[in-house]
Design a protein around this ligand. Structure first.
Ligand SMILES: [Fe+2]
Length: 208
């Protein structure tokens, strides 16, 4: 049995302030929330199917098999849950810059806040799905990682503390194809207090 076969995911509701933001409309957020709910529902469905999947080694196959499809798409659904919970969780703020330990860590790793923001924006335009600012626990580095889908290119033993959704659904209603404008607006509605808390939790995991 998969170790979390009895686990059921539940969608976390959007905080009210995420529905009244400048530049990222209520309509965008409501539609976006429906996609997130879809990932929650699919993760639950996949876990249920995994309980009964045929584990006969003769049936498992790397080209196509039920266990392959379920385990591959579980990572997509789980990524869709986790990525959006980080993203929604730090929207609805006033932008600006972080303070405290996170400000110092960004300064150490990128040279300045502006250099970090420039890298985030360029990475966001280059990505097909996500950018994550993550703390690598092995090396103590903060880095803007690029993801092309919900489940591509994460690295082990690193914790994302900020997530920028660059899928078209995150901005097309409000910005059309002008993704750079959306990223600028994302920075203006980011709640740095939440990101600072995410960093503090991640830093604790690192023992730093
Ligand atoms: Fe999304």
């Amino acid at each position: 049995m998969p170790s979390f076969s009895t686990h059921k995911f539940t969608a976390r509701p959007l905080a009210p302030q995420t529905l009244e933001m400048e530049g990222i409309s209520k309509k965008t957020m409501e539609e976006h929330f429906k996609l997130y709910q879809g990932y929650v529902n699919k993760a639950n469905e996949i876990l249920e199917k995994l309980e009964g999947v045929d584990r006969d080694p003769a049936k498992a196959n790397q080209t196509f098999s039920d266990i392959r499809v379920l385990k591959t798409e579980l990572t997509f659904a789980l990524g869709g849950i986790k990525n959006h919970e980080i993203y929604f969780g730090h929207l609805g703020g006033k932008g600006g810059q972080p303070g405290g330990a996170l400000a110092a860590a960004i300064q150490d790793n990128f040279g300045s806040f502006d250099a970090w923001a420039k890298d985030l924006k360029a990475t966001g335009i280059a990505a097909r799905g996500w950018v994550w600012l993550a703390l690598d626990h092995d090396y103590g580095h903060l880095f803007n990682y690029l993801g092309d889908a919900q489940n591509t290119f994460p690295v082990w033993n690193a914790t994302p503390i900020l997530a920028l959704d660059t899928y078209e659904h995150a901005y097309f209603i409000d910005y059309g194809a002008a993704r750079a404008g959306y990223i600028d607006q994302f920075m203006k509605v980011l709640d740095w207090k939440v990101v600072e808390e995410n960093y503090a939790r991640a830093a604790k995991m690192s023992g730093r």
